[in-house]
Design a protein around this ligand. Structure first.
Ligand code: BES
Ligand code: MN
Ligand code: ZN
Length: 480
């Protein structure tokens, strides 16, 4: 979808138009006849939130009515969602080009609506032989944004699309080596992003026992990708992302249909790479290092087994209790590597880590935990509310430490009881961050939707990118 800015006079615009109508004051400026205005007024008396199309043959006008008096973030999220409803109508009407305007509508409201329409328009098309409907171009009234503002948003949306595309791709076409190559070639075209790809030999010489163990059952080599964007001289924020290209469970193989959708188990890595690229696109004054361990998890001939005891990058020994708790093993090496080599001000990881997170809060937000990073996580919760990618903080009480103690090693890779599975996973990871302020984001519930949700179709969402980007924007204000 192409976005353009243009001055729009709603009343005499010739073309398909959507008019955002949130406030009675704008009534006189509705691009409608008197009778049509009466109809809109009557509908608003029952419920302020609806989309009403009117014919202007050969075009159409769509009135998106909303309630501008609600809490700003709720109102904006409503507009994102109503964009999805509108998109359904646009598809039926085969609209190629649409103009957006309003009256008394705030720039943030228009931005949210455009964002919803843009995110909703994405679908995973590359394996389809039939053409799929997409809105071709969106003309936005130039009173709302400067060209620079629009460009910055487009950069972010494009990064979200690429994240979704990678997550949607099956492992047959995106294994660790292919994903690493893809990131390296993107970085090569960006002046201020560097990329280091470590192959199996290098990972062996780093003694990343977790990543190597998970990879042992696979015919595909692992990769460890490090991206760096140095937009400031501050100590870096390290972004660690789980890159399990496919999670069969390993020898503890996933039963029945639990394996389905596990191509999405690299969403954390895709998210963190996308956040770093977006920050670089828009020259945010932050220093970022993304550390992305990648492998699939399979029950091959030499696959790692329960009872194996691994020695991790930092020397910690880990008893494998279940080969399906593989994410924390590859992340532990990457987190320890970040802490040891970058003197980070903060480590944040994103990972589709536990089914327990989905059971706890369903598909409506991120399960978050922190050690020594109360302020950063509070900030993330705040911006998360604003962009409506929400976080809920889980406790990190010391009692949970007991649940991951092993009889034969320093730690076990899953809890002694199945209770609090999301927290024991977070506790396990926090061990490897040591004293570095650390935030853990379990995105298992939100990275990939099995059914359409709001402005997302079935499949990858890119959920969390907007929140982390907004967090980094705040960071720049704090540092100034
Ligand atoms: N990738 C899965 C977690 C997952 C489950 C993500 C469902 C998205 C949807 C992870 O590797 C896993 O298998 N976790 C196990 C951990 C258990 C063995 C301790 C789980 O949650 O069952
Ligand atoms: Mn697993
Ligand atoms: Zn997994």
């Amino acid at each position: 979808m192409i976005h353009k800015l243009q001055s729009i006079k709603a009343k005499d615009y010739e073309g398909n138009l959507v008019f955002l109508y949130g406030d009675e004051c704008a009534e006189r400026n509705l691009p409608l006849t008197r009778k049509e205005v009466e109809l809109i007024k009557a509908r608003r008396e029952r419920d302020k939130n609806f989309v009403q199309p009117f014919d202007r043959l050969p075009n159409r006008i769509y009135i998106v009515s909303f309630d501008s008096e609600r809490d700003a973030s709720v109102c904006q999220e409503h507009l994102r969602r109503s964009a999805m409803q509108l998109l359904g109508m646009l598809e039926t009407d085969r609209v190629d080009e649409l103009a957006v305007s309003g009256d008394g509508t705030l720039p943030e409201e228009v931005a949210a609506f455009v964002e919803g329409l843009t995110l909703a328009d994405y679908s995973f098309d590359r394996y389809r032989s039939k053409e799929v409907y997409h809105l071709q171009s969106l003309i936005i009234d130039s009173v709302y944004f400067t060209p620079d503002e629009l460009e910055a948003s487009q950069h972010l949306w494009n990064r979200i699309f690429w994240c979704r595309e990678w997550v949607n791709m099956p492992v047959q076409d995106l294994n660790a080596a292919a994903f690493a190559d893809e990131l390296a070639s993107i970085a090569a075209d960006m002046a201020d992003v560097s990329c280091t790809v470590m192959d199996k030999k290098q990972i062996e010489s780093l003694r990343m026992g977790g990543l190597l163990a998970v990879n042992r059952g696979s015919v595909d080599e692992p990769r460890f990708v490090v991206l760096e964007y140095k937009g400031s001289d501050e100590a870096p924020i390290c972004l660690v992302g789980k890159g399990v290209m496919y999670d069969t469970g390993g020898l503890n193989i996933k039963p029945e249909d639990y394996m389905q959708e596990m191509k999405s188990d690299m969403a954390g890595a895709a998210t963190m790479a996308s956040v770093l690229f977006a920050a670089a696109d828009n020259d945010l004054p932050v220093h970022l290092v993304a550390l992305l361990p990648m492998t699939d998890n399979r029950p091959g001939y030499n696959a790692y087994a329960a009872d194996d005891i691994l020695t991790m990058y930092d020397g910690t020994t880990v008893e494998v209790v279940n080969t399906d708790a593989e994410g924390r093993l590859i992340l532990a090496d990457a987190i320890a590597y970040a802490a040891a080599n970058y003197k980070p001000q903060l480590i944040v990881d994103a990972a589709t880590l536990t089914g327990a997170a989905v059971r706890a809060i369903s598909t409506f937000g991120i399960a978050a935990m922190q050690t020594g990073a109360d302020n950063p996580l509070t900030m993330m919760k705040l911006v998360g509310e604003q962009v409506y990618e929400r976080l809920v903080e889980f406790p990190m009480w010391s009692e949970y430490d007991e649940l991951i103690k092993s009889d034969v090693a320093d730690l076990r890779n899953c809890g002694t009881t199945p209770q609090a599975g999301t927290i024991t996973a977070g506790k396990f990871l926090a061990h490897f961050a040591g004293k570095v302020p650390y935030v853990h984001l379990d995105i298992a519930g939100v990275a990939y939707f099995s059914k359409p949700q709001h402005y997302y179709r079935v499949g990858a969402s890119g959920y969390g990118i907007r929140m982390l980007y907004a967090f980094l924007q705040m960071q720049d204000m704090i540092n100034e």
